[in-house]
Design a protein around this ligand. Structure first.
Ligand code: FEO
Length: 174
Protein backbone atom coordinates (compact mmCIF):
# COMPACT_ATOMS: atom_id res chain seq x y z
CA UNK A 1 0.00 0.00 0.00
CA UNK A 2 1.41 3.34 -1.04
CA UNK A 3 1.19 6.28 1.36
CA UNK A 4 -0.59 9.37 0.04
CA UNK A 5 2.71 11.23 -0.12
CA UNK A 6 4.44 8.41 -1.99
CA UNK A 7 1.56 8.06 -4.47
CA UNK A 8 1.57 11.80 -5.16
CA UNK A 9 5.34 11.83 -5.67
CA UNK A 10 5.27 8.81 -8.00
CA UNK A 11 2.51 10.44 -10.02
CA UNK A 12 4.62 13.59 -10.25
CA UNK A 13 7.42 11.43 -11.65
CA UNK A 14 5.09 10.06 -14.34
CA UNK A 15 4.64 13.67 -15.40
CA UNK A 16 8.43 14.26 -15.37
CA UNK A 17 9.09 11.18 -17.51
CA UNK A 18 6.30 11.96 -20.00
CA UNK A 19 7.52 15.53 -20.29
CA UNK A 20 11.04 14.18 -20.91
CA UNK A 21 9.61 12.18 -23.81
CA UNK A 22 7.81 15.28 -25.08
CA UNK A 23 10.96 17.37 -24.85
CA UNK A 24 13.03 14.76 -26.70
CA UNK A 25 10.37 14.42 -29.37
CA UNK A 26 10.47 18.21 -29.85
CA UNK A 27 14.27 18.00 -30.10
CA UNK A 28 13.92 15.19 -32.64
CA UNK A 29 11.51 17.29 -34.71
CA UNK A 30 14.01 20.17 -34.77
CA UNK A 31 16.87 17.82 -35.73
CA UNK A 32 14.82 16.36 -38.60
CA UNK A 33 14.14 19.89 -39.79
CA UNK A 34 17.91 20.51 -39.79
CA UNK A 35 18.44 17.36 -41.90
CA UNK A 36 20.28 15.70 -39.03
CA UNK A 37 18.18 12.59 -39.43
CA UNK A 38 20.45 10.26 -37.48
CA UNK A 39 20.45 12.57 -34.45
CA UNK A 40 16.68 12.88 -34.89
CA UNK A 41 16.29 9.08 -34.79
CA UNK A 42 18.45 8.89 -31.66
CA UNK A 43 16.24 11.47 -29.92
CA UNK A 44 13.06 9.73 -31.02
CA UNK A 45 14.33 6.47 -29.52
CA UNK A 46 15.12 8.40 -26.34
CA UNK A 47 11.57 9.79 -26.32
CA UNK A 48 10.23 6.23 -26.49
CA UNK A 49 12.47 5.20 -23.60
CA UNK A 50 11.06 8.04 -21.51
CA UNK A 51 7.58 6.87 -22.31
CA UNK A 52 8.44 3.41 -21.00
CA UNK A 53 9.91 4.93 -17.83
CA UNK A 54 6.56 6.67 -17.26
CA UNK A 55 4.65 3.46 -17.96
CA UNK A 56 6.88 1.48 -15.59
CA UNK A 57 5.84 3.82 -12.76
CA UNK A 58 2.22 3.80 -13.97
CA UNK A 59 2.12 0.01 -13.77
CA UNK A 60 3.85 -0.03 -10.39
CA UNK A 61 1.18 2.29 -8.97
CA UNK A 62 -1.60 0.01 -10.28
CA UNK A 63 0.11 -3.07 -8.85
CA UNK A 64 0.11 -1.29 -5.48
CA UNK A 65 -3.59 -0.47 -5.63
CA UNK A 66 -3.13 3.21 -6.38
CA UNK A 67 -4.53 5.34 -9.19
CA UNK A 68 -1.97 6.63 -11.67
CA UNK A 69 -2.72 10.13 -12.91
CA UNK A 70 -2.46 11.07 -16.55
CA UNK A 71 -0.96 14.54 -16.25
CA UNK A 72 -1.25 17.74 -18.18
CA UNK A 73 2.04 18.41 -19.94
CA UNK A 74 3.82 21.68 -20.47
CA UNK A 75 4.51 22.59 -24.09
CA UNK A 76 8.14 21.81 -24.99
CA UNK A 77 10.33 24.38 -26.78
CA UNK A 78 10.54 24.17 -30.58
CA UNK A 79 13.60 26.26 -31.38
CA UNK A 80 17.12 25.20 -30.54
CA UNK A 81 20.59 26.28 -31.62
CA UNK A 82 21.96 23.14 -33.28
CA UNK A 83 22.88 19.62 -32.15
CA UNK A 84 25.46 20.71 -29.55
CA UNK A 85 22.90 22.98 -27.86
CA UNK A 86 20.34 20.19 -27.86
CA UNK A 87 22.59 17.63 -26.20
CA UNK A 88 23.76 20.16 -23.62
CA UNK A 89 20.09 20.84 -22.77
CA UNK A 90 19.41 17.09 -22.70
CA UNK A 91 22.22 16.62 -20.17
CA UNK A 92 20.85 19.42 -17.96
CA UNK A 93 17.45 17.77 -18.20
CA UNK A 94 18.78 14.31 -17.29
CA UNK A 95 20.57 15.81 -14.27
CA UNK A 96 17.24 17.29 -13.20
CA UNK A 97 15.60 13.84 -13.57
CA UNK A 98 18.37 12.24 -11.52
CA UNK A 99 17.68 14.76 -8.75
CA UNK A 100 13.94 13.89 -8.93
CA UNK A 101 14.71 10.16 -8.61
CA UNK A 102 17.03 10.79 -5.68
CA UNK A 103 14.28 12.79 -3.95
CA UNK A 104 11.87 9.89 -4.51
CA UNK A 105 14.33 7.46 -2.91
CA UNK A 106 14.71 9.82 0.06
CA UNK A 107 10.93 9.94 0.42
CA UNK A 108 10.59 6.12 0.20
CA UNK A 109 13.17 5.82 2.96
CA UNK A 110 11.39 8.41 5.09
CA UNK A 111 8.08 6.60 4.57
CA UNK A 112 9.79 3.26 5.35
CA UNK A 113 8.42 1.99 2.03
CA UNK A 114 10.92 -0.75 1.24
CA UNK A 115 9.05 -1.99 -1.86
CA UNK A 116 9.14 1.44 -3.51
CA UNK A 117 12.73 1.99 -2.46
CA UNK A 118 13.65 -1.30 -4.14
CA UNK A 119 11.56 -0.45 -7.24
CA UNK A 120 13.33 2.91 -7.54
CA UNK A 121 16.76 1.33 -7.57
CA UNK A 122 16.20 0.47 -11.26
CA UNK A 123 15.72 4.19 -11.97
CA UNK A 124 18.82 5.12 -9.94
CA UNK A 125 20.89 2.78 -12.12
CA UNK A 126 19.14 3.88 -15.30
CA UNK A 127 19.97 7.53 -14.62
CA UNK A 128 23.70 6.75 -14.52
CA UNK A 129 23.34 5.27 -18.01
CA UNK A 130 21.06 8.08 -19.23
CA UNK A 131 23.53 10.78 -18.20
CA UNK A 132 26.55 8.88 -19.51
CA UNK A 133 25.12 8.29 -22.95
CA UNK A 134 24.39 12.00 -23.40
CA UNK A 135 27.89 12.89 -22.14
CA UNK A 136 29.33 10.52 -24.78
CA UNK A 137 27.42 12.29 -27.56
CA UNK A 138 28.58 15.70 -26.27
CA UNK A 139 32.20 14.49 -26.33
CA UNK A 140 31.82 13.29 -29.92
CA UNK A 141 30.18 16.57 -30.95
CA UNK A 142 33.08 18.45 -29.35
CA UNK A 143 35.50 16.45 -31.50
CA UNK A 144 33.71 17.03 -34.81
CA UNK A 145 32.67 20.65 -34.04
CA UNK A 146 31.83 22.33 -37.36
CA UNK A 147 33.52 19.69 -39.51
CA UNK A 148 30.86 18.80 -42.11
CA UNK A 149 32.06 15.27 -43.04
CA UNK A 150 32.69 14.47 -39.36
CA UNK A 151 29.17 15.59 -38.42
CA UNK A 152 27.73 13.58 -41.32
CA UNK A 153 29.52 10.43 -40.14
CA UNK A 154 28.40 10.97 -36.55
CA UNK A 155 24.84 11.51 -37.78
CA UNK A 156 24.99 8.15 -39.59
CA UNK A 157 26.19 6.44 -36.43
CA UNK A 158 23.52 8.06 -34.26
CA UNK A 159 20.86 6.83 -36.67
CA UNK A 160 21.71 3.21 -35.80
CA UNK A 161 20.06 3.50 -32.40
CA UNK A 162 17.05 1.24 -31.90
CA UNK A 163 14.47 0.96 -29.15
CA UNK A 164 14.27 -2.09 -26.93
CA UNK A 165 11.00 -2.27 -24.98
CA UNK A 166 11.31 -2.83 -21.23
CA UNK A 167 10.18 -6.33 -20.27
CA UNK A 168 6.49 -6.33 -19.35
CA UNK A 169 6.01 -2.60 -19.97
CA UNK A 170 3.45 -1.40 -22.47
CA UNK A 171 4.38 1.49 -24.65
CA UNK A 172 2.01 4.19 -25.77
CA UNK A 173 4.31 5.48 -28.50
CA UNK A 174 4.97 3.42 -31.59
FE1 FEO B 1 13.64 8.71 -17.72
FE2 FEO B 1 15.91 10.09 -19.18
O1 FEO B 1 15.03 9.83 -17.60
Amino acid sequence: MLSKKMLKALNKQIQEELYSGYLYLAMSAYLSDQNLNGFATWMRMQAREEDSHAMKIYQYIIEHNGQPLVPELQKPPRDFKGAADIFKQALDHERHITACINDLVDLAQKEKDKATESFLQWFVDEQVEEENQVVEVIKQLNIVKDDGPGLWMLDQEMGQRTFTPLPGIENRMV
